[in-house]
Write a protein that binds this ligand. Structure first.
Ligand code: UDP
Length: 236
């Protein structure tokens, strides 16, 4: 496999072409961003930690029957992935009120929700990723009704798998964001990453934040938290 030109530069990852048109290299960077890119930071090794965490989670989900873009780890920062067309939809699953949800609906952070909540946002930084309904997603032709049904079922299944995984390493999965893409045959694959950048993870008993909220809220100990999540998953 030969790594070729940069196809896409995201906020914390880059995607490169390869000599195989169906395969890309995804490279994690050490960058950290928050507030829709308005707050920037980094620490050395952050990309490698997120690569480790996401690879472990994607491999775990694959064994649970979830189809993903993941092919194999190349090195500390790089992964080989199936090339997908990313659907312009951010899929958020919430188990406990936190973040923008708490603010928007006036619900205290930490309140468990009666049922897991599925939300969709239009993936568009310029518009600030506005929340949309399933009807918006279909009417705007972001996805078909069939794709949306499939994505919704897979997202809830991922929530159940991840809640159990994190519970075993003494972390509570508060909420997370995932993205899907369509592969060469039009099949839907879980894409992007699942890391402390995209999940809220709290210590099971003490409730200590072990995710990007440490950076968003200037709590310190960002690197330590990411390293701890990686080590717990690796030792599980
Ligand atoms: N999230 C994300 N990218 C986004 C928006 C949200 O990864 O562009 C994640 C976020 O880290 C959290 C979950 O999705 O785990 C729910 O985030 P929320 O809607 O509460 O937004 P925030 O408070 O992060 O602005």
């Amino acid at each position: 496999m030969e790594k070729r030109e940069l196809l896409y530069r995201g906020k914390a990852k880059d995607i490169y072409a390869t000599d195989n048109p169906d395969v890309c290299v995804m490279r994690y960077r050490d960058d950290l961003t928050a507030l829709n890119g308005g707050k920037k930071g980094s620490f050395p090794g952050k990309g490698a930690l997120n690569r480790r965490i996401s690879d472990m989670i994607f491999a775990f989900l694959e064994t649970g029957g979830v189809k993903t873009h993941f092919i194999k780890t190349i090195n500390e920062y790089e992964v080989l992935i199936r090339k997908v067309h990313i659907l312009p939809l951010e899929v958020i699953v919430r188990n406990i009120a936190a973040g923008s949800f708490s603010k928007k609906y006036g619900v205290p952070e930490g309140k468990p929700l009666k049922m897991a909540l599925l939300e969709f946002s239009l993936k568009d930084d310029a518009l600030g990723d506005p929340m949309i309904s399933p009807s918006h997603a279909i009417a705007l032709e972001l996805v078909t009704e069939e794709q949306l049904n499939q994505i919704s079922g897979v997202a809830m299944g991922i929530n159940n798998l991840l809640k159990a995984l994190f519970d075993r390493v003494n972390l509570t999965l508060v909420d997370f964001k995932i993205e899907f893409g369509t592969g060469s045959g039009g099949n839907i694959l879980l894409a992007d990453e699942i890391t402390p950048d995209t999940c809220r993870l709290w210590e099971k008993d003490a409730g200590v934040k072990m995710d990007k909220d440490r950076f968003r809220q200037d709590l310190g100990g960002v690197e330590e938290a990411y390293r701890e999540v990686a080590n717990r998953l690796a030792n599980y």
